[in-house]
Design a protein around this ligand. Structure first.
Ligand code: ZN
Length: 228
């Protein structure tokens, strides 16, 4: 990705691949770590090849579209790579850890669609989310392309309003929080410590400081994980 709206990306680096700026930033923090950046278009082929060739222990989905998430979900199952996805919009976000063929997957909750419309998926698939404490309280996460954050877009992000004609977007602290949660899950998985965010969807609304868990079960007709 080359945009700088959702993920932490210094203004000076906008227009360059995030893999480049992330590598430079992480090396500045710790020059001893080994980083292998891969800059590719997200396709089923590139994802499966990447996860197969490098045999990663855990993956973090930091993409911002339903289609990319579905591709990552299916590649993770093809290679049996544990991972966590997260989505953000305005001041809301959601995340879930997925252990392929062992826990509910992204398609169990949001699958069965081809459109890149997270809101519709979340709404139409609420029947797939069983035992939810309050399904109606799900914060709909609908990623949109936002452009750089300025005063107007921050206002829109904070209020959800679009009165000024700007596209509602993502507040940086929202993606920062979800990214930190993803990192925590990765560390916990690698250490074998704690309870992972599996079979439950974490939804966050920073406007109301509401954090919820919704139980998600493997769907018997899931196009991705029903085969086992
Ligand atoms: Zn599934």
């Amino acid at each position: 990705m080359k945009n700088g709206s959702a993920a932490p990306h210094p203004a000076a680096d906008i227009g360059t691949p995030k893999t480049h700026s992330a590598t430079a930033k992480l090396h500045a923090l710790n020059p001893d770590i080994i980083i292998t950046p891969h800059t590719h278009q997200v396709t089923a082929e590139t994802l499966t090849s990447l996860l197969t060739d490098y045999d990663y222990d855990f993956a973090i989905d930091a993409t911002d579209s339903h289609q990319s998430r579905q591709l990552i979900n299916r590649a993770a199952h093809a290679t049996q790579t544990p991972y966590i996805f997260a989505g953000v919009h305005r001041l809301t976000g959601m995340a879930m850890t997925i252990l392929p063929y062992h826990t509910a997957c992204y398609d169990c909750a949001f699958g069965h669609h081809n459109k890149c419309d997270f809101a519709a998926h979340a709404t139409e698939n609420t029947e797939n989310i069983k035992n939810a404490e309050n399904v109606k309280s799900i914060e709909i996460v609908k990623p949109t392309d936002t452009g750089p954050l300025d005063g107007t877009s921050i206002l829109n992000a904070a209020t959800g309003l679009n009165a000024l004609g700007a596209t509602p977007g993502i507040l940086g602290v929202t993606s920062g929080l979800l990214g930190t949660l993803q990192a925590a899950e990765a560390i916990k998985y690698l250490l074998g410590h704690g309870d992972l965010l599996t079979n439950r969807l974490l939804t966050i609304n920073l406007a109301t400081m509401t954090f919820r868990h919704l139980t998600v079960r493997r769907h018997p007709q899931c196009p991705t994980c029903r085969s086992r």
